[in-house]
Design a protein around this ligand. Structure first.
Ligand code: GTP
Ligand code: MG
Length: 335
């Protein structure tokens, strides 16, 4: 007979006591079960706020996972516990395999100070962003000092990640012909540090020049733009603009340039602390997440009140030109 399922509260207790299995099960809850996730977060919240979150994004195949592996090794040497969240890794994730690649990550396997999790992008973007933020918070509560979130660059999702991360690395590689794509995707706007990986390849100087030209055009530095309706009363400090994203060349497969990259990350981290930009970003993130949650719960509540039939009825009235859309919305919200 199987043991009874632990409650969300019991799972969190075990997680806080350092149980890795409970951590893994909690992350599954956070991804899949909204009501239980809310119960977990209620217990976890007081234990969060310590970890430093690093977002790593960029076009497919630029070497992000290889780089994350190298970064994790450096931070492990500094006695940091490292949590890695890979969103929608292109390689399949199987049992004990790490980021779907045993060979590259073998240096990290079996290390208690490392925890690796992959997440699928099923469901809505908003849902993924929330689940990612919750997973990062759970790792934070579980005592991981550095949490790395890797996503494959595809536009909107990077912006969502920027809200989760303290520092965002955008990883490019020579010869992708994606310099222009990068601007289109708005990817440079969210970069705090730009990495040109595969610096052993031809065309690295060209890629660096192209990126620098774009930075000089004023695409960056990023300021997190709040897309929602209300802004918290935290305006950007003037000194937030003092940061211009450095460009670091690396050869992740050889570990070359990784030391310089760590330095750049640490400089940005210090900048966030000294300028007040870090605190501002934290508040912006909380406001944005709160807004998303409110949107969902208000919508749920409204739909419960109105019901499927009620909504269909109103749609029919708009179709019949009895009322316009604005009037329909007012009717539904009881304004
Ligand atoms: N030549 C060269 N190859 C590299 C370098 N870094 C990574 N690679 C190779 O590039 C391929 C992709 O590396 P990954 O680390 O999986 O890249 P990724 O960006 O995580 O890929 P996705 O998650 O699929 O977007 C692998 O075959 C790596 O061995 C590098 O600095 N130089
Ligand atoms: Mg990868």
């Amino acid at each position: 007979m199987r043991a009874p399922r632990p409650s969300p509260e019991e799972l969190v207790e075990q997680l806080l006591a350092g149980d890795r299995r409970a951590l893994a099960r909690t992350l599954t809850v956070l991804e899949n079960d909204a009501p239980a996730a809310a119960r977990c977060m209620q217990r976890l919240h007081a234990h969060t706020g310590r970890a430093y979150i690093l977002g790593v994004t960029g076009p497919p195949g630029t070497g992000k996972s290889t780089l994350v592996n190298e970064l994790a090794k450096v931070y492990r040497q500094r006695d940091n516990r490292v949590g890695i969240v890979a969103i929608d890794p292109t390689s399949p994730f199987t049992g004990g395999a790490i980021l779907g690649d045993r060979i590259r990550m073998r240096d990290l396997a079996g290390d208690d100070g490392i925890f690796i999790r992959s997440m699928a992008t099923r469901g809505s973007l908003g849902g993924l962003a929330r689940a990612t933020a919750d997973v990062a918070r759970a790792l934070d509560a579980a005592g991981f000092d550095l949490i790395v979130v890797e996503t494959v660059g595809a536009g909107q999702s990077e912006v969502e990640i920027a809200r989760t991360a303290d520092t965002v690395l955008v990883v490019e590689a020579p010869g992708l012909g994606d310099e222009v794509q990068a601007i289109k995707a708005g990817i440079l706007e969210i970069a705090d540090v730009l990495v040109v990986n595969k610096a052993d390849r031809d065309g690295v100087k060209h890629t660096v020049r192209a990126l620098r030209a774009m930075l000089d055009l004023g695409v960056a530095p990023r300021t997190i733009v709040h897309h929602g309706q209300w802004m918290p009363a935290v305006s950007a400090p003037e000194s937030a603009n003092a940061w211009s994203p450095p460009i670091v060349e690396t050869v992740a497969t050889q570990g070359t340039g990784v030391g310089k990259l760590v330095e750049a990350i640490e400089r940005h981290r210090a900048h966030l602390a000294e300028s007040g930009e870090g605190a501002r970003r934290k508040r912006m993130r909380i406001a944005a997440e709160l807004e998303t949650l409110l949107r969902e719960s208000l919508m749920d509540r409204l739909m419960q009140q109105v019901g499927r039939d009620g909504l269909d009825g109103i749609v029919e009235r708009v179709v019949a030109r009895e009322i316009d859309l604005y009037a329909a919305a007012r009717l539904l919200t009881g304004e």
